[in-house]
Design a protein around this ligand. Structure first.
Ligand code: D5M
Ligand code: FE
Ligand code: ZN
Length: 556
């Protein structure tokens, strides 16, 4: 097994909605065939289990030993054809390719020996613009003389919030709510596809003559590989379902392993002789148009995008945070007027098994009090916007409403805007979609390595942009709260997409949209050590809102 096996196991389990005891992960990774073992464990888990324990693993392995598993169910993923070839010309004009634009901000490699670059060379130190951007504030604290009197003019600012569902939750978790939310998803994301093809409802397609050209817009209901290596994709719309067959030798077959259940897409193809199935000729995603032109601010002003502060954890990096806060008071940071925090303000309690062993502050309210003290350190004239994450004290299911009154009162330093996860904040014309990022674990677990991996979290974000949804797959790791409307859809194309959660720094452009996953302010936890997760801690990506250029400041 490769070294990252435990990490893979964890992400595979989290993608299915389970946390795991560390020992359970170790046991699984040392099984003869970890993949098969994992499937056995999941199959034999009690229905109400949230955490995979060593007991579960032992029991499953015993059962497996007495009744061998016929096939490796995860292998359908692994054996998927990879798509290195460009998409069909047809599809390309429709914007289904996901290659980043040439203006992808470059990251330098190994500029800092104390922070070795990732294996692929994507060290999170940005060098664009000919400026020495890596501030070695790490070597000394900002002295009083470095501090300047910031002269910002709040009159020039403009901040608008959209998509904040705080206080608008209507869902009761009933069956009807699920129907409503998926109907809304199909309606609105389907609307982005219907104009492009001559689509028919599922119920009508089966009644058309064999050999006819057909098209359909639907939710992906099921993805299966056939005995001969082709792919069967069941699409569902309001009238029913219809099976679509992607032949393995077609140039777009590689797109199949990028599909997630419950995403919306369109297919065009030809009906089989008996009209029982359609052979796919083209696939279309809601996607971001290649021609998307982002808005920019009219003046030179910057935003700091951070996440995953984890105050209350023993690993919270107070020194790095102090340097960051001090730096914000210096001349170099005088144009930073906005601070966006994409969730996991505090470490929380009871989020993961054994988490309490690494808590510095055990009371959740005291954690928020301490976080508020951290907020007080940054300049009072900053506009602050924050959303909750999975460690925060709000419901875990997404969308997550912004914090309740009691917590808002605690986190009141500098009067931050507290909104739901996700929400869109528009800063002087530049729209920033903020989403904590729990679905990234799922995208990374499900998609091929080159399309989504922990060292390049922005690539996983590209997939969400392509699907125009922050958490497409329902019923897995990402817990979804059904509402009358699907708040997780990207109705409008954002200029910037900001996430966190995976504790890795990465950014790049997808069809001109700047995707930034901010790192964290928490050093490696014991759990992360056990699964070889090496977090990018103590970095602050700074975006020029007038150019959308990114510079990374390092404080660790
Ligand atoms: O999660 C930070 C990252 O680490 C994210 O990719 C999930 C993963 N993680 C961390 N701890 C665990 C446990 N105990 N089980 C599964 N996955 C884990 P964050 O939620 O921001 O701490
Ligand atoms: Fe986090
Ligand atoms: Zn998180």
């Amino acid at each position: 097994m490769p070294l990252e096996a435990p990490a893979r196991i964890v992400s595979e389990l989290t993608s299915r909605g389970y946390n795991a005891e560390r020992e359970a992960v170790t046991k699984l990774s040392s099984a003869e065939n970890p993949r098969v073992a994992l499937e056995c464990v999941v199959e034999t888990l009690p229905e109400d289990a949230l955490v995979v324990t060593t007991d579960h693993v032992e029991r499953a392995l015993e059962t497996a030993a007495s009744s061998p598993v016929a096939d490796d169910p995860a292998a359908t993923d692994g054996s998927a054809p990879t798509d290195d070839s460009p998409p069909t010309p047809d599809a390309a004009t429709e914007g289904t390719s996901d290659s980043p634009t040439p203006s992808d901000p470059s990251v330098s490699t190994g500029a800092d020996a104390s922070n070795p670059p990732a294996a692929d060379g994507a060290a999170p130190v940005e060098t664009k613009g000919g400026r020495e951007t890596e501030t070695e504030t790490a070597t000394g604290t900002t002295t009083e003389t470095d501090r300047i009197e910031r002269s910002v003019d709040p009159e020039l600012r403009d901040l608008e919030i959209a998509g904040d569902m705080t206080g608008e939750s209507t869902g009761t978790g009933e069956y009807e709510d699920f129907v409503a939310v998926f109907r809304d998803r199909l309606e609105r994301l389907g609307g982005k596809l219907r104009g492009r093809i001559n689509h028919r409802p599922a119920s009508a397609i089966g009644n058309m003559g064999g050999g006819t050209d057909v098209a359909m817009v639907g939710l992906v209901n099921d993805i299966r590989s056939t005995a001969s290596g082709h792919w069967l994709i069941e699409l569902e719309d309001a009238t029913g379902t219809f099976p679509w067959l992607v032949m393995k030798d077609r140039e777009f077959a590689g797109l199949v392993d990028q599909l997630l259940c419950d995403e919306v897409l369109a297919m065009e193809g030809t009906l089989s002789d008996d009209a029982g199935i359609a052979f796919v000729d083209s696939m279309y995603f809601p996607d971001v148009p290649r021609t998307h032109e982002p808005s920019t601010a009219d003046r030179h002003v910057q935003a700091a995008l951070i996440s995953d502060v984890h105050v209350g954890s023993q690993e919270f990096m107070a020194d790095a945070w102090n340097r960051f806060a001090d730096w914000l008071h210096t001349a170099e940071a005088q144009h930073v007027e906005y601070l966006l925090i994409a969730g996991d303000m505090v470490e929380g309690v009871g989020v993961y098994p054994d988490q309490d062993e690494e808590l510095d502050i055990v009371d959740i309210y005291e954690q928020y009090e301490a976080f508020n003290e951290r907020l007080k350190q940054v300049p009072g004239d900053l506009e602050i916007v924050m959303i909750p994450g999975n460690h925060d004290a709000v419901r875990l299911a997404e969308p997550q409403p912004g914090f309740d009154e009691e917590l808002r009162e605690i986190m009141s330093a500098h009067d931050p805007q507290i909104v739901s996860n996700p929400s869109t904040v528009t800063l002087e014309g530049v729209s920033v979609l903020m989403y904590h990022g729990v679905s990234l674990d799922e995208v990374i677990a499900e998609l091929p390595e080159e399309k989504a991996n922990y060292d390049e979290p922005h690539k996983a974000m590209y997939q969400l942009l392509k699907k125009r949804h922050v958490a497409p797959q329902f019923g897995g790791h990402t817990r979804l709260a059904p509402e009358e409307e699907d708040f997780l859809i990207m109705e409008e194309v954002p200029d910037i997409f900001h996430t966190g959660h995976v504790h890795k720094l990465g950014f790049g452009k997808y069809h001109n949209v700047l995707a930034i996953n901010s790192g964290c302010w928490q050093a490696q936890t014991d759990f992360q050590k056990s699964v070889n997760i090496d977090p990018d801690s103590g970095y602050a990506p700074i975006v020029d809102l007038d150019t959308l250029d990114v510079t990374v400041q390092k404080f660790s």
